[in-house]
Design a protein around this ligand. Structure first.
Ligand SMILES: Nc1nc2c(ncn2[C@@H]2O[C@H](COP(=O)(O)OP(=O)(O)OP(=O)(O)O)[C@@H](O)[C@H]2O)c(=O)[nH]1
Ligand SMILES: [Mg+2]
Length: 195
């Protein structure tokens, strides 16, 4: 078993320039309600580190967490929340893109895809954008517990194909049931500390 990541909330920032210095940062990106904040809590073995909600669009800022053994994690606002005005959505998009392009410390982007739903059109746009900009990313599928075990192999294949990645490269987690959290913790630790 891999010990929970020792994370402490540091600050929320509206702009990437307001984030602290970091030697290595991992960002969590994905559509609203995909389970970003839940995953962060699960990785840390905490219930209340990042705020989760049944109301999508709750996380509006770049939320920065410090890892005790080195590096930082950032929980980004989710995209695709319908009830946000077009102006707000455009502002969010600029902020997100600036963050991903300008943040020198960024070593890995976890792109979360709902394992029950599969990649949406917005997820696929995000993938294209990340590839075009050369931003390093790993596809993390969420909500493993919501898919019947008899369907999982096929779902993994379809999800990976929809993202144009190798099925073996997709880490499929459940924040609720704790599935594959050890594997993801080890990966995150390696990205953050290089060990
Ligand atoms: N069954 C199940 N539900 C999950 C899992 N992870 C998250 N959820 C649920 O999905 C909903 C959204 O989770 P959040 O973690 O708040 O999602 P988010 O991506 O941070 O959403 P925003 O902050 O709005 O962008 C909540 O109702 C969670 O309880 C999971 O592994 N399994
Ligand atoms: Mg959130």
């Amino acid at each position: 078993m891999s010990a929970p990541l020792q994370l402490t909330f540091l600050r929320s920032a509206a702009e990437p320039g307001q984030l602290p210095h970091s030697d290595a940062e991992v960002a969590i990106v994905g559509r609203s309600n995909v389970g970003k904040s839940s995953l962060l809590n699960a990785l840390a073995g905490r219930k209340d580190l990042a705020r989760t909600s049944k109301t999508p669009g709750r996380t509006q800022l770049l939320n920065c967490f410090v890892h005790r053994d080195g590096g930082t994690l950032v929980d980004l606002p989710g995209y695709g929340y319908a009830k946000v005005s077009a102006t707000d959505r455009a502002a969010w998009r600029r902020r997100m893109e600036r963050y991903l392009v300008e943040r020198d410390a960024l070593v890995m982007t976890l792109l979360l895809i709902d394992g029950e739903v599969g990649p949406t059109k917005l997820d696929q746009e995000m993938l294209v954008w990340l590839r075009e900009r050369g931003v390093p990313f790993t596809v993390v599928a969420t909500k493993h517990d919501k898919v019947r075990s008899s369907q999982r192999q096929r779902r993994r294949r379809d999800l990976a194909a929809g993202c144009d990645v190798d099925p073996k490269a997709v880490v499929w987690v459940s924040a609720v049931k704790g599935v594959n959290l050890d594997r993801l913790r080890d990966l995150v630790r390696t990205w953050l500390t290089g060990t």
